[in-house]
Design a protein around this ligand. Structure first.
Ligand SMILES: [Zn+2]
Length: 296
């Protein structure tokens, strides 16, 4: 039954969802367990709970790396367990509560072709601004603020194993998605450069313990962000409109472009806004929240 669970360190396992290759973390030490973004389907959540139970561990907390719908479905299926999130989580949920509920409902309808469950979005029991320590016997993990992909994004780091749970960054299958700001994303990656990372788990895609691959992912994402910012700044300096800027910067390379037709364009639009470009209507990642109400 352990087949879907890959052990990465003496205390960390990862299980990958069939949805978006989303990773769930299971951290276990001496009868104590923490879950990271557990999900996504009910069957996957049941397997995670059963995996923890076979190790005679009790789940002490659920860490949510950020308030995007595909990371939020665990607590409703594992009730009564304290939820840990960044302090900005509440503001993101307050601003996008209805969008998140619509996104979850749209996914549920698409998956099951039936009326969705009514999900209450998780409410954190413990939040932090800069960092917080999470203790497993023999190990101390730090949850660290890591904005950029989202204002409330966090990473988990443990120095003995050099373990980094990166949330929705450093993926081998996704372009960096700047749903917060380029400024924050760049600062966060600059912080991560200084960590001794030997095991890396992205929110989506493959975990890796290959040092060359880990460094390449960090440098690739830093280079991508720098290229977009430079291209957009130059275009805005020359008075380019938004559509001209998108056209000029459209050919910057990134991973799996066919899977993410909008992501690169929305990143360009986000950078355009940040350097003071003017445009009307909803542009950039704000468009990602626009999910229509679905009838069932
Ligand atoms: Zn996300």
């Amino acid at each position: 039954m352990d087949a879907p669970f890959r052990q990465l360190t003496p205390y960390a396992w990862v299980a990958q969802s069939c949805i978006y290759a989303t990773n769930s973390g299971i951290l276990i030490g001496n009868g104590k367990a923490y879950l990271v973004d557990p999900g996504i389907t009910p069957a996957e959540l049941e397997r995670i709970a059963a995996f923890v139970a076979t190790r005679q561990a009790v789940i002490r907390g659920i860490v949510l790396t950020h308030a995007h719908w595909d990371h939020l479905l665990g607590p409703a299926k594992l009730p009564g367990i304290p939820v840990i999130a960044h302090a900005e989580y509440a503001a993101v949920v307050a601003a996008h509560h209805d969008d998140l509920v619509r996104q979850i409902a749209a996914w549920q309808l698409g998956e099951r072709t039936e009326c969705p469950d009514v999900y209450a979005l998780p409410s954190p029991d413990m939040t932090f601004d800069d960092h917080i320590h999470i203790h497993l016997p023999g190990y101390c993990l730090s949850a660290i603020a890591a904005p950029g992909h989202a204002p409330d994004a966090l990473v988990l780091y443990e120095p003995v194993a050099g373990f980094l749970w990166a949330g929705d960054m450093l993926s081998d299958v996704e372009v960096p998605m700047v749903m917060d700001t380029f400024h924050h994303y760049r600062q966060t990656l600059e912080q991560l450069v200084h960590l001794d990372i030997r095991v890396l788990v992205p929110g989506h895609g493959a975990a890796t313990a290959d040092g060359t691959e880990i460094r390449a992912r960090i440098e690739h994402d830093r280079a991508y962000l720098a290229s977009v910012e430079k291209c957009v700044a130059s275009a805005v300096d020359q008075g380019a409109s938004l559509s001209e800027t998108v056209a000029r910067c459209g050919n910057i390379g990134f991973v799996q472009p066919d899977n993410y037709p909008n992501a690169h364009r929305w990143n360009i639009e986000q950078a355009y806004l940040e350097v003071g470009g003017s445009a009307s209507g909803t542009i950039g990642w704000a468009q990602d929240w626009l999910v229509e109400e679905m009838e069932c």
